[in-house]
Write a protein of this length. Structure first.
Length: 121
């Protein structure tokens, strides 16, 4: 099964998730989204594939989240996605994606259930 990791190597949870995948014999395609930011359509497709609301992939603990007023519930999905494109640090990480969906693996321990699912296929 193809596995993709949206990865920030400076993030402990992201590093832990990558290590857990590799320890399970899974070598994911790694996308360092800070080096190669996604555009609005790629983010929209990612969210749709994951089957989650846009806000679930946004890291609310980043100072820029408050600075931009992204906690405003009237913001549209497009406005939120545009903010993430302009500030990729806002992507909640790590995100692990398979052919059947995706998950924000925060805390990193959430990867264990996903690994079991991957290995079962």
């Amino acid at each position: 099964m193809n596995v993709t990791l949206y990865h920030n190597p400076n993030c402990g949870s992201s590093r832990t998730t990558l290590a857990a995948l590799r320890a399970a014999g899974i070598e994911p395609t790694i996308i360092e989204y800070l080096k190669v930011p996604l555009d609005v359509e790629a983010l929209r497709a990612l969210v749709a594939h994951m089957g989650v609301p846009v806000r679930e992939i946004i890291r609310q603990k980043e100072p820029v989240y408050q600075d931009l007023g992204l906690d405003d519930p009237t913001l549209s999905d497009t406005e939120l996605l545009e903010a993430v494109v302009s500030n990729p640090i806002l992507i909640n990480r790590p995100i692990v994606v398979t052919e059947t969906g995706g998950k924000v693996c925060r805390p990193a321990a959430l990867i264990n259930a996903l690994i079991a699912e991957i290995q079962a296929t």
